[in-house]
Write a protein that binds this ligand. Structure first.
Ligand SMILES: Nc1ncnc2c1ncn2[C@@H]1O[C@H](COP(=O)(O)OP(=O)(O)OP(=O)(O)O)[C@@H](O)[C@H]1O
Ligand SMILES: [Mg+2]
Length: 222
């Protein structure tokens, strides 16, 4: 099955009347079970592409098919439920809520999904244990190391058991040892059948992936 099929996708930002063509007529496919990495210089459009794959932003032109169905970018409710059901997103800057515990951060997507409090606690604890944070349920983000914060973010991304995991430079803010540990988690998730798309500046990391997508000046070059 083809997980993502992009056909002639462009994203143009307008700022004070100046147009920035962040993505320019991109067509690409990512198959189910792929481990794909996206590489390219700063400003080339990698995060823009990830936001479109994650249904966090809409293309200016072109179509995106998710598992064979055209993504309904005009229907915000349908988009939100597709995102919640199928996609887990991990960001470079972790994007955790600072005033809530690790456990509460991981539970958040389950609140949107309508799970009971009991069910939320149980599943969030399981997810944290799975990423090696069984001893940090009540810690707040500022009481966690960078690598631990990213583990919380991964647990949150996994909580609805999404088939697709998107990660935008997940090791960018980590030292090399924590970075390696986080990558091991992604490798393991890939082995368990998840489709992974990972943005990286690091060629060694990119080489772990089975498929490398090169982005330059808003175009996919290889
Ligand atoms: N919200 C926005 N409004 C206007 N321009 C934007 C916006 N977001 C991104 N851009 C521009 O689009 C281009 C692509 O940005 P993008 O964030 O996708 O790059 P990137 O490849 O992720 O870079 P980096 O490696 O530095 O994260 C850049 O020129 C950027 O300035
Ligand atoms: Mg970026």
């Amino acid at each position: 099955m083809i997980t993502f099929n992009l056909v002639g996708v462009s994203k143009i930002y307008s700022l004070d009347g100046v147009e920035v063509r962040a993505l320019d007529d991109v067509s690409l496919k990512i198959n189910q079970g792929d481990f794909a990495s996206i590489i390219g210089p700063s400003g080339s459009g990698k995060s823009t592409l990830m936001h479109l794959l994650g249904l966090l932003d809409k293309p200016t032109r072109g179509k995106i098919y998710l598992e064979g169905k055209e993504v309904p970018f005009k229907d915000d409710a349908a988009l939100a439920s597709l995102r919640n059901e199928k996609i887990g997103f991990v960001f470079q800057a972790f994007n955790l809520l600072s005033k809530t515990s690790a456990l509460a951060n991981v539970e958040l997507p389950l609140i949107y999904a309508g799970a009971s409090a009991r069910e939320r606690h149980r599943r969030a604890k399981e997810a944290l244990i799975e990423v090696g944070l069984g001893h940090r349920f009540e810690h707040f983000p500022n009481q966690l190391s960078g690598g631990e914060k990213q583990r919380v973010a991964i647990a949150r991304a996994l909580i609805n058991d999404p088939s697709i995991i998107l990660a935008d430079e997940p090791t960018g803010n980590l030292d090399s040892r924590s970075g390696k540990e986080i990558l091991e988690i992604f490798k393991d998730l890939h082995k368990r059948g998840h489709t992974i798309v990972l943005v990286t500046h690091d060629l060694d990391i990119a080489k772990l992936a089975k498929k490398i997508i090169k982005v330059k000046d808003g175009k996919v070059t290889a």
